[in-house]
Design a protein around this ligand. Structure first.
Ligand code: PLP
Length: 409
């Protein structure tokens, strides 16, 4: 790469902000990422130069907006090695999983079947399946977690069985950063003919995603985790399943022919995108993907983020009272986040203390409450990185935690 990650910071206007006189150190990237100027410009340009609803209007702005929207679909498809028809725009990961739950699972899963997820899931990949199980009479099964936050895959054969219809699994955990061996899980699912959904919310911005190599049937992510605006997400549905998936919503924009008592649908992806979509946000997502393509090499990114994790883990390990959660050695090799406890403080108080120094982190169960309960904590502090974070910022965080601990020792 000709420019360093540090040089890319200038593309993010928000990073020059201060919090109560302290320079902002933003380490809440697992929750949402900041937007480079080019993404902000793309959204502003949409609203100031050609704002229009798409498809329906025979006028210049409508054509331009439609073109930009469909260009973004092509960019996303290329980015994850899919066909544009396999890219459905949603409002985010949560929306994409609910889509699959309602529009596919409820029609293909019933009494006697089971759905397999893991104990590591974000609520977005837990609650929709609880609901499907309750409504269809299917059973929900869990691949268990070990105390280090990795999956125990030693009994997969008894969990994923002939009656498994769907395996829905998080690629990278937002709670402790575990990288799941989804290759192994998908292989088991294929043996019994189960469909597979991959929650790529935490992997999409940090590693190369290739849907053909991964070989899932559905894959979901949120635009805002990869520098795009909020309000847009992507649901990949493998082409061969398009006839098995009903539209999640019905209405304008997806109809081939409507009569008083019935209607027929257009082909995918339009069949799955009823109503006015988030046009400017989708165009912003296209600009975010352009930004990645022009500036980021995923191998370099992975090495860089892992080095920040290593630095943080090594620094925190020297501080008594800090307990680091998750698979530490793995995080040092390919992590982008580190979760920890600072005893006896509650994690909310730790985050509030860091905020006094301009450091933005997240504290809580990170929408993975059953997982936190299983590991025996109710809330952790999570520091999550992106390429615009620096080693100096990590030093600053370690120093702040040491100061907090010194207050009691
Ligand atoms: N899954 C994972 C692993 C996540 O990290 C998140 C968000 O933090 C989600 C799902 C839900 O994403 P969204 O709230 O954008 O729908």
């Amino acid at each position: 790469m000709s420019v360093t990650f540090k040089q890319l910071r200038k593309d993010f206007p928000i990073l020059s902000q201060s919090i109560d006189g302290n320079r902002l150190i933003y380490c809440d990237n697992a929750a949402t990422t900041h937007k480079p100027q080019s993404v902000i410009d793309a959204v502003v340009e949409c609203y100031t130069r050609y704002n229009s609803n798409i498809y329906r209007g025979i006028h210049t702005f409508a054509e331009k907006a439609t073109q930009r929207y469909e260009d973004a679909r092509e960019k996303v498809a290329h980015f994850i090695n899919a066909h544009p028809q396999e890219i459905i725009f949603t409002s985010g990961t949560t929306d994409g999983i609910n889509f699959v739950a309602q529009a596919w699972a409820k029609r293909h899963i019933g009494v006697g079947d089971n759905i397999v997820i893991t104990e590591l899931e974000h609520h977005a990949n837990l609650l929709p399946w609880q609901r499907v199980a309750q409504e269809t009479g299917a059973t929900l099964r869990f691949i268990p977690v070990l105390p280090d936050g990795t999956l125990d895959v030693s009994h997969l054969d008894t969990i994923i069985t002939e009656s498994t219809k769907l395996v829905s699994v998080v690629h990278v955990s937002n709670a402790v950063g575990t990288h799941n061996d989804i290759g192994l899980i998908i292989k088991k699912a294929r043996v019994v003919g189960a469909r597979v959904l991959i929650d790529a919310a935490q992997s999409i911005a940090h590693q190369k995603i290739d849907v053909k190599k991964l070989d899932g049937d559905f894959l979901v992510f949120s635009g805002h985790k990869i520098m795009a605006p909020t309000g847009v997400g992507v649901l990949f549905i493998k082409k061969e399943l398009h006839n098995d998936v009903e539209p999640y919503r019905v209405g304008g924009g997806m109809v081939q022919n409507a009569i008083m008592y019935d209607a027929t649908w257009l082909n995918a992806p339009h069949k799955f995108e009823a109503g006015t979509p988030p046009i400017a946000q989708v165009i912003g997502l296209g600009a975010a993907i352009d930004y990645i393509k022009n500036n980021i090499n995923f191998d370099d990114l992975c090495t860089y983020e892992a080095s920040l994790c290593s630095q943080l883990i090594d620094g925190l390990s020297l501080i008594d009272r800090v307990k680091i959660l998750g698979p530490i050695e793995e995080l040092k090799k390919r992590g982008h986040l580190v979760s920890f406890l600072v005893e006896p403080y509650h994690s909310h108080d730790v985050a509030a203390f860091l905020n006094l120094r301009g450091i933005a982190v997240r504290a809580g169960h990170h929408c993975a409450q059953p997982f936190a309960a299983k590991l025996g904590y109710d809330a952790s502090v999570r520091v999550s990185f992106f390429f615009y974070n620096t080693p100096e910022e990590v030093d600053f965080i370690i120093k702040a935690i040491q100061e907090l601990v010194d207050l009691i020792d």
